[in-house]
Design a protein around this ligand. Structure first.
Ligand code: 13P
Ligand code: SF4
Length: 321
């Protein structure tokens, strides 16, 4: 920063002031703030809409806001931009990537698809726009099972990039989809031993597991589902305690929706702390949300040709959801 930087730039704004400014700018610019359940608590607090990946895409497709501030990771911003090409889509920190999306290189995936003619290509929403562009149907963890089951039983399917979610769908829907070998660094590293110990210490607790987790965890789960499905289960279930095996940001909304219940975050294998966070999701901060709104950047852009090709499988998903 130079000595000519205005005073307002030099002072650190306090959370209350940031919240006030965010609300003012949001109104002034007809902007919508959307947040995934894994965002920091203070971002979920100021968001106009909080949801899982499916709900975020559905809501973005319908908004009449001029600016969408997508508090999530890069692929969520891309999906919103593809659905709303005329709107300005901002992601507060564009370094917020996704290890799962990164585990599927577009060139390698395209070659895999080309090597398997006659296969229907289903891709998880946690992929780059370039991967979606060579996909027939996009899915999220909230609708993957339903969409796969809507296809004929003998349909030959490639499923990418999450091998754990793909394996889960294969077993519950009795399919034999060809799986890409990708995984999320958060969900793939939960510790089964530590979770079994937690269950011994809390015998009445039910285990809620995201399908991006490994198979042994899926097998001991009382409920396997997307973030929204796990939240919904907790709200409508009679237990008082839950071991939550997904990114710990979801606990904020679980505790808000079910204030009398206890939610215990599950730890990762190598973790020193008691929870498991996605470092990408946590890159967005209140201050970055404020700056994004103020400066109307960083803006998400998608190559028009890729966006045109990626739109079809995303729309197909929305039609089937
Ligand atoms: P859902 O919100 O669809 O459950 O996805 C989880 C996730 O990992 C998003 O990055
Ligand atoms: Fe990607 Fe995993 Fe983070 Fe979700 S939790 S954004 S899948 S790295």
């Amino acid at each position: 920063m130079t000595e000519h930087t205005p005073d307002v730039e030099k002072k650190t704004m306090q959370p209350e002031e940031l919240r006030k400014e965010i609300l003012r700018l949001k109104k002034e610019k007809n902007a919508l703030i959307m947040a995934h359940y894994y965002q920091r608590d203070e971002i979920q607090e100021i968001a106009d809409f909080i949801g899982d990946s499916l709900a975020l895409a559905q809501y973005a497709a319908k908004t009449d806001a001029d600016i969408i501030v997508m508090c999530g990771v890069h692929f969520m911003g891309e999906t919103a931009k593809i659905l709303c090409p005329d709107k300005k889509v901002l992601v507060p920190d564009t370094a917020a990537g996704c290890s799962l999306a990164d585990s599927c290189d577009p060139a390698e995936f395209s070659k895999f698809v080309a090597d398997h003619p006659g296969y229907t290509v289903i891709s998880y929403v946690n992929t780059s726009a370039a991967v979606k562009a060579v996909t027939d149907i996009v899915v999220t963890s909230g609708n993957a099972r339903r969409i796969v089951e809507s296809l004929p039983e003998d349909e030959k399917i490639i499923f990418g990039p999450d091998k754990n979610l793909g394996g889960y769908i294969n077993s519950v829907a009795n399919r034999n989809m060809l799986l890409w070998d990708g995984a999320c660094h958060v969900h793939d590293r939960f510790s089964i031993d530590k979770i079994m110990q937690m269950k011994k210490d809390h015998p009445g607790a039910k285990i809620l597991v995201h399908p991006e987790c490994r198979k042994p965890l899926q097998l001991i789960a009382d409920k396997v589902g997307s973030t929204a499905a796990l939240l919904d289960f907790a709200q409508n279930d009679e237990a008082e305690e839950y071991i939550v095996v997904t990114e710990s940001g979801i606990l904020f909304e679980m505790r808000r929706k079910c204030p009398s219940k206890r939610f215990l975050p599950a730890p990762a294998e190598d973790a020193e702390c008691q929870c498991n966070e996605c470092d990408y999701m946590k890159l967005n901060t209140l201050e970055k949300v404020y700056k994004a709104l103020r400066d109307e950047q960083p803006e998400i852009t998608v190559d028009p040709d890729i966006a045109r090709k990626a739109l079809k499988p995303i729309e197909k998903m929305l039609d089937l959801s």
